[in-house]
Structure formats: structure tokens, C-alpha cells
Design a protein around this ligand. Structure first.
Ligand SMILES: Nc1ncnc2c1ncn2[C@@H]1O[C@H](COP(=O)(O)OP(=O)(O)OP(=O)(O)O)[C@@H](O)[C@H]1O
Length: 492
């Protein structure tokens, strides 16, 4: 174990990909392989092994772990066993086990070996994997069926080499279009064949200051992007804080929130410098699902987080996956629904709820997991002014009464700032100012950065102060202003 004292020098790279990207891509590739296997076109008189070629492509595209490679290849072997005409088809399980290790090795440890823009790796992977897998298969066949040695040596082994050569030819023909297709579907940088994932498992990383979330020298670049979305951010979120993060479009608010939840870089991939500690753990050393039980995230597109038909089912969904008993699920659901004022709606169909109620349902489902921190990414973008006030009244209550730490990315400052004790301003990936709402608003005003977003009521206070008035508290809401002006008029 290596102890790292200065996290500012740490660099973490990860190829983009959700947890199940390898599974979806390999399923698709194997289905294509099966289809081609059944149709069996031949190349120069030899029938290539389409199943091996397609799993090589899936493994090269997604770089799954060795265990996942074996999983993919066992599915391929099963398909081969069902369709094989060989005397001992079960040999496929052994041969594809070998194939999985070889293809995994090429994906993880062999560089792309470029000739111009063209990578030789798919050719080599197709050839060597087929050679090794084929050798294992025919050798098992020889032992089990009793093939004579001369036939094995001079007939079957050369045939294996020919099939391997055929696979060397077809693998790039499958690989490059598939790569192009996934890039088009997922964005330019979806397939990062040259990115070698960092491994922090052997490092001892210590948070340098207290806080449920500590962001230390964080810089982050999305996969395939040139510029940094976040640059050298240092920010700590203490237990019980209500932190609002603001900034113009593209300032980096969502990226920062996703870094707090570990989705950056673990889900999005890319390159991260520095470190984020959430719940006392470095995000690169904790799985996203572990982080999710500590940090609940409500996305701006909250509807995408609803996966079931009724309110009760939605509440139970994640808890069931965590293995809670039916009694515990019922208790947690009831408590969480009460916190968001949706008591008694368990039987209601989600489609009959209003937008605001749906959002509160998503909050309740997250609350039922009893996280320490709630993260909201621009939660009010689709709400009317009344809905916005009601929403922040609820979030403020969860913060004050339930002791939940809250982080919100928000443009509409008027409704949220009365509940916030901390405020941060981002501008083109830089944290320009951080402190109390009053300190940061003064900074925004003085430097004219995103000053249009400052609530009018606070601007009115600044005008009055320029005229010589003095108020003890900042005007964060109309009621703050009324109370302060009333006290000033009475001369208190
Ligand atoms: N998935 C992605 N891949 C590549 N670049 C991205 C991705 N998401 C965001 N970016 C880029 O990162 C930068 C910061 O974006 P981010 O979404 O974090 O900003 P934001 O402040 O939340 O913006 P908005 O208010 O518009 O939601 C922008 O330049 C954006 O184009």
C-alpha cells in the first residue's frame, strides 16, 4: 500500500461507460455473431468463427474485467454448444475460457499498435484468440474422441490456423463499423480504446480536512474533450450545510455535483486530477452504489429516475434491491413519503401525479435509503414560481429538521438562498467565490460576474446601503427585508 500525502498530484483516468455498457455491447455483438454463425458465409473456402470474432470486438470495445470477459465467453460457448455439430461440443466451455483470457489480455495490456490511423490490435486479437481457443477445442476433441495423431497434426491443427487467419481478416471488419456505431450513438468520445483505467486500490488516500464531502484540487476533463470542465476546485461541505452552487450555463455545476456523487469520473469516464472524498472515502476507491447510499442524487430530468408504475412500487424498488425486509420497506416508505407530503399515495399510479408530485416521489425514494447528503441538479427548471417556493420550503425543512446536508445547483437564486448557509459561484470550471450567500453575492456584484442572477431584493439592499442605511442581516427574501426595514424604521 502506497500512502499519498498530496492528492493534488493524483491523476485518475477511466474509459467512459456505465456499469453495464460491457454487457449491452457484448449481448448485441454475440447476437450478431450467432446470426452470422447460422448463416455461415465462408472466407476463401474456410468458415470463420464468427462467435470468437464478435466477442473479441465486444471485449476490445468495452474493456471489461477478466471476470466479465469470462462471462461473455461462457455465453458464447453456450450458444456454440447448442448449435455445434462437433462430436464433443462441451469442449467450447474450455476453449472459450482460454479465448476470454487472451482477448482480455489484448484489451488491457496490448497497445493499439497503429499504422497511421489504423489499429492492428483487432487483427491480432482475432488471430491469437481464435488460435488459442481453437487449439484447446481440437486438443480436447482429440483426447475425448480419440483422433489419430497424424490427422490431428497434419489435418486439424493447420485447419485451426486457417480459421484463425480468417478471423484475423473479419475481426477488423466487425470492429471498426461497431466502434463507429457506438461512437455515433454515445457521443464522439464514447469508445476510448487508448485510455488505460487507473487503479487506486493500492493507495492510501486521506481526506485533508473535515466535511461530509471534501473536494481537493479537483480538475476534470470529459473523455475526448480538450478543455477542463472543472479546474483546481477546493471546497468542503460540512454536515448540515445547505450549499447552493450557481453559475452560467456550462460553468461546471452539474460536473461538480456529479463529482460529489462519484459519477464523475466513475460513470462518465475521462481524466480527474486531485480527489473528492465523500462520506470519508475517496470516490475512486468506492463503488457508485456504495456512494449512492450516502449521497442521494435528484437529476434535473427527474422523470428518468422513475422506473415503476405505482408510488408504492417506486418506493420499494431500490429498497428491495438492497435486501430490506417487507416490514422495513413499508416503514421506510411511509416515513419518506410523509417527509415530502405524499402520505397515503402508495396505491396511486405515477402517471396520475403532477410534475411536482413526481419530483417529490423521486426525493422520497432517495430519502428512503437514508442518505447523509441530498444533491439536486437544477431541480426547478420546469416549475412555476409557486412550485419553486413550495419545493425549497420542503428541501429547507429536510435540511433543518432532519439534519440532511443539501447541495443544490441553481440559477433561480431568489427562492433558494433564504435556506442556504453556503453559496458557491462557478465560472467556466473555476470556483470564483465561496462563502455565505452575502459574501458571494457581494463578489458577484463587485466583479460583475453573473450579477444578473442576484435576487432583486438583495440589490435593493445594496442601493439602500449606498444611501447610508445599515442592516444587520442580508435581504435574502422579501420577509427578511420587511423585518430589517421595520427594525431600522423603529431605530432598533
Ligand atoms: N457528458 C459530457 N461530455 C463532454 N462534455 C461535457 C459533458 N457534460 C458537460 N460537458 C461540458 O462540460 C462543461 C461544463 O458542463 P456542465 O453541464 O457541468 O455545466 P453546468 O453549469 O451544469 O451547465 P448548465 O447550467 O447548462 O446545466 C461544458 O463545457 C459542457 O459542454
Amino acid at each position: 500500500m502506497q500512502k499519498i500525502d498530496d492528492v493534488s498530484t493524483l491523476v485518475f483516468t477511466k474509459a467512459r461507460g456505465g456499469k453495464f455498457r460491457w454487457l449491452t455491447i457484448s449481448t448485441l455483438m454475440l447476437a450478431i455473431g450467432m446470426l452470422l454463425h447460422l448463416v455461415s458465409p465462408s472466407v476463401f473456402g474456410f468458415t470463420p468463427n464468427w462467435m470468437i470474432a464478435t466477442y473479441c470486438v465486444a471485449i476490445l470495445l468495452t474493456k471489461p474485467s477478466y471476470r466479465q470477459c469470462i462471462g461473455i465467453c461462457m455465453v458464447a460457448a453456450l450458444m456454440e454448444v447448442f448449435t455445434s455439430k462437433a462430436a464433443f461440443p462441451y469442449g467450447n466451455f474450455f476453449s472459450e475460457f482460454g479465448g476470454a483470457l487472451v482477448a482480455g489480455f489484448f484489451a488491457h495490456s496490448v497497445p493499439p499498435l497503429r499504422v497511421g490511423r489504423f489499429s492492428l490490435r483487432p487483427i491480432l486479437t482475432g488471430f491469437v484468440t481464435t488460435l488459442v481457443s481453437g487449439f484447446i477445442f481440437v486438443t480436447i476433441l482429440k483426447v475425448v474422441v480419440g483422433i489419430p495423431m497424424p490427422v490431428y497434426l497434419y489435418g486439424i491443427l493447420p485447419a485451426v490456423a486457417m480459421v484463425a487467419a480468417g478471423n484475423a481478416a473479419i475481426t477488423p471488419f466487425l470492429y471498426f463499423p461497431a466502434r463507429h456505431l457506438f461512437q455515433t450513438m454515445n457521443g464522439e468520445a464514447a469508445v476510448d480504446e487508448d485510455v488505460k483505467d487507473s487503479d487506486h486500490s493500492q493507495l492510501i488516500l486521506k481526506q485533508s480536512r473535515p466535511g461530509v464531502i471534501s473536494i481537493e484540487h479537483l480538475s476534470y476533463t470529459y473523455p475526448g474533450m480538450e478543455g477542463e470542465a472543472l479546474h483546481d476546485i477546493n471546497l468542503a461541505v460540512e454536515k448540515g450545510d445547505f450549499l447552493v452552487v450557481t453559475g452560467a450555463n456550462g460553468a461546471g455545476k452539474t460536473s461538480l455535483l456529479m463529482a460529489m456523487a462519484g459519477a464523475v469520473p466513475q460513470y462518465y469516464g475521462g481524466t480527474m486530477k486531485g480527489m473528492v472524498f465523500t462520506g470519508g472515502k475517496a470516490v475512486t476507491q468506492t463503488s457508485i452504489s456504495d456512494l449512492a447510499s450516502k449521497v442521494g442524487v435528484i437529476l434535473s430530468d427527474y422523470s428518468a429516475q422513475i422506473v415503476t408504475l405505482t408510488v408504492g412500487e417506486e418506493m420499494a424498488f431500490t429498497l428491495e434491491n438492497h435486501g430490506y425486509s417487507p416490514e422495513e420497506i413499508k416503514k421506510r416508505s411511509k416515513e419518506a413519503l410523509a417527509k415530502v407530503r405524499l402520505t397515503g399515495l402508495e396505491k396511486r399510479e405515477v402517471s396520475t401525479l403532477s410534475g411536482g408530485q413526481r419530483q417529490r416521489l423521486v426525493v422520497a425514494a432517495v430519502l428512503a435509503e437514508e442518505p447523509e447528503v441530498l444533491i439536486f441538479d437544477e431541480p426547478t427548471s420546469a416549475m412555476d414560481p409557486e412550485g419553486i417556493s413550495e419545493f425549497y420550503e420542503m428541501v429547507g425543512r429536510l435540511n433543518r429538521e432532519n439534519g440532511l446536508t443539501v447541495v443544490v445547483a441553481e440559477h433561480h437564486l431568489e427562492a433558494v438562498l433564504p435556506y442556504a448557509n453556503r453559496f458557491a459561484l462557478l465560472d467556466r470550471g473555476h470556483l470564483l467565490s465561496e462563502g455565505t450567500p452575502e459574501q458571494v453575492m457581494k463578489f458577484m456584484m463587485n466583479h460583475q460576474v453573473y450579477a444578473n442572477a442576484i435576487p432583486d431584493i438583495y440589490k435593493a439592499q445594496l442601493v439602500l446601503e449606498e444611501e447610508g442605511c445599515h442592516f444587520e442581516k442580508p435581504f435574502l427574501s422579501v420577509s427578511d427585508a420587511q423585518a430589517s426595514i421595520a427594525r431600522a424604521v423603529k431605530g432598533e
